[in-house]
Write a protein that binds this ligand. Structure first.
Ligand code: TYM
Length: 334
């Protein structure tokens, strides 16, 4: 083990448009951490993981670039944070095997994400079953100490902690060969979707960051509410529109909107769910307006994005090679 300094690592799957859950649950934190730990942040697009569900090479490549564009548009600064493609570091797949040899099957059988996906009828390949080992390898390969994620990934980070310990005990006689990572949650670790379930690409209940105009309004109008008529007091507990609005508001704004909910009126006019949904659409449009403009620039200049990814891949790979060499030597390989 070399680096005692904090090192941040996180990933996102290229399986569709980045949504409000990704942003408020994880990405906002990723961007804040590049200010706090410049040069020590590693963020990647998890294309190996995506193979558990995406089986279209062209779509996958496009999706990887789209995610990178989104990060850069939102403010990731390649001078302070390393942005890369997971598959540019093939060493993580070797580390996956080494970890698998020190990991009990029971640990994987307890994974919520696997059970949840299987319960939603998604085909359960061995890749999906072993997903947490690859994720542990991602984290451990870079000696990460902090892993900023949403609540749905918490168990996976805890599994990575277990796997690091098992590896150290099984092959290293207890020496710290792999560093123990800690999860880091945002203020919104579980953002709800249109239907009140966790917002998730797999449940088709997401709101994308860059939607605008009619399409955005149409989507926010689909948020499921009760049938309180216009002008009547609206419940503030458990309301999905309010939960999403809260993401964009400070304390004062939250109190103000709750006032409109409680009275069913705003500035003397009736206030109902339709108004709340339109307000949410407005906030989304405004909040991401600058990023939307930067995104368009990057879409028009894909070579800038590819350059960042290629450079990030080289930096990340050098880190991972150090770790894998240490692990090989610990296991008695070569
Ligand atoms: P993914 O692509 O599903 O999500 C990316 C990040 O967004 C967070 N997130 C949410 N947070 C709050 N509310 C929500 N509704 C919501 N939906 C998603 C996720 O928790 C995540 O932080 N397995 C990971 C990718 C991965 C990874 C890693 C992450 C691969 N290796 C190593 C960290 C470290 C995933 O599928 O995230």
């Amino acid at each position: 083990m070399s680096e005692p300094t904090a090192r941040v690592l996180s990933g996102i799957q290229p399986t569709g448009d980045v949504h409000l859950g990704n942003y408020f649950g994880a990405i906002q934190n990723h961007l804040a951490l590049q200010d706090r730990y410049p040069g020590e942040c590693y963020y990647f697009v998890a294309d190996y993981h995506a193979l558990t569900t995406v089986h279209d090479a062209k779509a996958l490549r496009q999706s990887v670039r789209d995610i990178a564009i989104t990060y850069l548009a939102l403010g990731l600064d390649p001078a302070r944070a390393c942005l890369f493609r997971q598959s540019d570091v093939p060493e993580v797949t070797e580390l996956t095997w080494l970890l698998a040899c020190a990991t009990g099957r029971g640990l994987l059988e307890r994974a919520h994400a696997y059970k949840d996906k299987a319960a939603h009828g998604l085909p359960a390949s061995m890749g999906l079953f072993c997903y947490p080992i690859l994720m542990a390898a991602d984290i451990l390969a870079y000696d990460a100490s902090l892993v900023p994620v949403g609540q749905d990934q918490l168990q996976h980070v805890e599994m990575a902690q277990d796997m690091a310990t098992h590896f150290n005990e099984t092959f290293g006689a207890g020496a710290v060969v792999l560093r123990r990572p800690e999860p880091l949650m945002s203020k919104a670790p579980r953002v709800v979707g249109l239907d009140g379930e966790k917002m998730s690409k797999s449940y088709q209940n997401t709101i994308g960051l860059f939607l605008e105009g009619k399409a955005l309004r149409k989507l926010t109008s689909r948020i499921v509410t009760d049938s309180t008529p216009l002008g009547q007091p609206l419940p503030t507990e458990g309301d999905r529109v309010l939960a999403l609005l809260d993401l964009f508001l400070d304390e004062r704004g939250r109190e103000q909107v709750r006032g409109w909910y409680r009275t069913g009126a705003r500035d003397g006019q009736p206030f109902g769910y339709g108004h709340a949904k339109a307000l949410l659409a407005e906030h989304i449009e405004t909040h991401f307006a600058d990023a939307r403009a930067r995104r368009q620039h990057l879409i028009d200049h894909p070579e800038e994005v590819d350059r960042v990814l290629a450079e990030g891949g080289r930096t990340a790979r050098a880190r991972a090679i150090d770790t894998i060499e240490r692990c090989r030597s610990t296991c008695g390989l070569r």
